[in-house]
Design a protein around this ligand. Structure first.
Ligand SMILES: [Zn+2]
Length: 193
């Protein structure tokens, strides 16, 4: 049986099962199987720390852009200006509620939501936290059901869990799944005794 250290330094091809020793990659590079050319593992061009810096910069720019006026009119010595949120307010006041709602959604709410979601996901990636895959997995093991995309419960006879080995965190994910399944009282058995 391989030790945990050996497993972390090895990468298995998910297409032909060839086993390789992992080598560090530069940003944007892929490691491919020399036998079948399948992708073994890859690195992102932009790491989560760079992405978080970009998203935070975008959020700061977004705040500055919405605090200062987007338009300023000066007629016969009288100057008036309006911010984006001010123009939404003016449209609503002119009884153009649909246009005001569209402007609010497309120029303020959706971009802000997009940036906040990106900030949350990149922060989770930096803390090495993964999306909550474990709850549906435990449900499958304990009740024999999975939830379909329509929300319907579908009975599934599952005897094994497949963790794809083409991501750098695959071994750690498999280790956590095993530990948490055992914590939940699920007995695990090797394929061959
Ligand atoms: Zn291969």
């Amino acid at each position: 049986m391989m030790s945990a250290d050996m497993k972390e330094t090895l990468a298995a091809c998910h297409d032909c099962d060839a086993l390789y020793r992992r080598v560090p990659l530069r940003p944007g590079e892929q490691a491919r199987c020399i036998r079948c050319n399948a992708v073994l593992y890859r690195t992102s061009r932009i790491g989560p720390d760079t992405m978080l810096a970009i998203v935070l910069t975008a959020l700061i720019t977004f705040v500055i852009a919405n605090v200062f006026p987007i338009v300023e009119l000066s007629v016969q010595g009288i100057t008036s200006s309006s911010t984006l949120i001010g123009s939404v307010h003016a449209l609503w006041g002119d009884k153009r509620e649909i246009v005001a709602t569209l402007v609010l959604a497309t120029t303020l709410m959706v971009p802000l939501l997009d940036m906040l979601i990106m900030a949350l996901l990149t922060s989770l990636a930096l803390m090495h936290r993964r999306p909550p895959y474990f709850a549906p997995l435990l449900r499958l093991v304990q009740t024999g059901e999975v939830e379909s995309i329509t929300g319907r419960s579908v009975p599934v006879q599952a005897d094994s869990i497949c963790v794809h080995g083409d991501s750098p965190g695959a071994v750690e994910m498999a280790r956590r799944i095993r530990a948490r399944l055992e914590q939940a009282g699920v007995a695990l058995h090797p394929f061959v005794d």
